[in-house]
Design a protein around this ligand. Structure first.
Ligand SMILES: Nc1ncnc2c1ncn2[C@@H]1O[C@H](COP(=O)(O)OP(=O)(O)OP(=O)(O)O)[C@@H](O)[C@H]1O
Ligand SMILES: [Mg+2]
Length: 343
């Protein structure tokens, strides 16, 4: 009795249509066959039984379909499916099955992406704390040694203080890089584009690195550039890019030198190239050096004050110029970093 009630309840939406069809059938058939009043009553009674059976069947099948949908949605909610192929509905619900599968795939992807983001965030925090700890421990070590008596030892006191000072400088650089990265990645980098003379700009900038290059006995030069060549970009941000590329080139080169070149390209762009004859990079490293905190040789890089954030910042800034930073390198021979600017 309960089942009968539920099935008929599920068929409620069909009541109106079935009633219309029934009334119309009674009317037409009675007219066509010129039924007497008694025959009309009998015919109506027969139709009533047919309607009843029909509604019962329709209600039952509708209820099964709704139950199926409910089970599937519950299983998705409880994360019971691994693949969308496990989602199966009756033939009539083919389209809904497709829609649910698409929704399932989308949610699955969202979850995967969220997990990845979470992992990147954890790694980032781990790296940041590790990088902060290194200079802080060093500074702490030098200061404690000084306090424990080394302060009056003329042979080491100055050297220890200088080392501590160098580590505070590293700490400061790291913090500045972190602030840059977080500003850039949260979309707060304000760009200010204009045309400027690239020859003057590069010549001036490269001169700042002359003392460092001379100290290492490296050659440093700017290739020939057309006097009036103008390029389009954010001068201040590009300075950050070039400072990073030039200091890398000089840091990771022991013999030979560094050259900055500008090549004009066909599609109205000029390519700025920073080329060195340094350690070079393996193909695998070339793919990874733009990741945050990635360093090929951590000890060597840290010894020269690197934290591995420089190229990540470079990549962001160049992308904000709608360009792409490229690297070509041969291990042991040297590297070439370049990007194109509109001219
Ligand atoms: N010109 C280059 N020649 C050889 N290796 C390079 C060169 N430029 C970068 N690398 C490698 O890529 C790594 C990542 O460079 P990146 O500039 O991001 O970091 P860093 O120089 O170590 O530190 P930071 O720039 O943050 O002070 C470096 O540690 C270095 O191993
Ligand atoms: Mg660097």
């Amino acid at each position: 009795m309960n089942k009968l009630r539920i099935n008929l309840g599920s068929a409620k939406v069909y009541f109106k249509d079935v009633t219309y069809v029934t009334l119309l059938s009674i009317l037409f058939i009675s007219i066509i066959f010129q039924f007497s009043f008694r025959e009309i009553l009998l015919f109506s009674f027969l139709l009533l039984i047919v309607d009843f059976l029909l509604l019962y069947r329709l209600g039952a099948s509708k209820r099964t379909e709704l139950e199926q949908l409910k089970t599937i949605l519950n299983s998705i909610r409880k994360n019971e499916y691994i693949s969308p192929d496990e989602i199966k509905l009756g033939r009539n619900l083919y389209e809904i099955e497709g829609a649910i599968k698409a929704m399932f795939l989308r949610t699955q992807n969202d979850i995967i992406n969220l997990k990845k983001l979470e992992q990147v965030r954890t790694e980032f925090l781990g790296n940041v704390s590790h990088e902060l700890r290194t200079p802080i421990f060093a500074i702490q070590g030098y200061l404690e040694t000084l306090l424990n008596g080394a302060i009056s030892d003329e042979r080491v006191n100055r050297g220890f203080l200088e080392k501590a000072a160098r580590h505070t400088e590293n700490l400061n650089n790291l913090l500045n890089d972190l602030i840059d990265i977080s500003m850039i990645e949260s979309g707060q980098m304000r760009m200010s584009f204009r045309y400027f003379n690239i020859k003057e700009y590069l010549t001036e900038l490269v001169e700042e690195f002359r003392p460092f290059a001379e100290e290492k006995g490296l050659e440093l030069k700017v290739g020939s550039i057309k006097n009036n060549l103008q390029v389009f970009g954010d001068k201040k941000k590009l300075r950050q890019v070039l400072v990073n590329l030039l200091s890398n080139a000089l840091k990771y080169t022991e013999e030979g030198g560094v050259e900055v070149l500008v090549e004009e390209e066909e599609n109205k762009t000029a390519r700025i190239i920073v080329k060195d004859t340094g350690f070079g990079l393996s193909e695998e490293d070339q793919l990874r050096i733009f990741e945050r905190f990635y360093r090929v040789d951590k000890d060597r890089s840290r010894a020269v004050g690197g934290t591995g954030l420089g190229l990540a910042i470079v990549k962001h800034i160049i992308e904000a110029h709608e360009s792409k930073i490229s690297v070509k390198s041969v291990l042991g021979k040297g590297s070439e970093f370049s990007f194109a600017l509109k001219k």
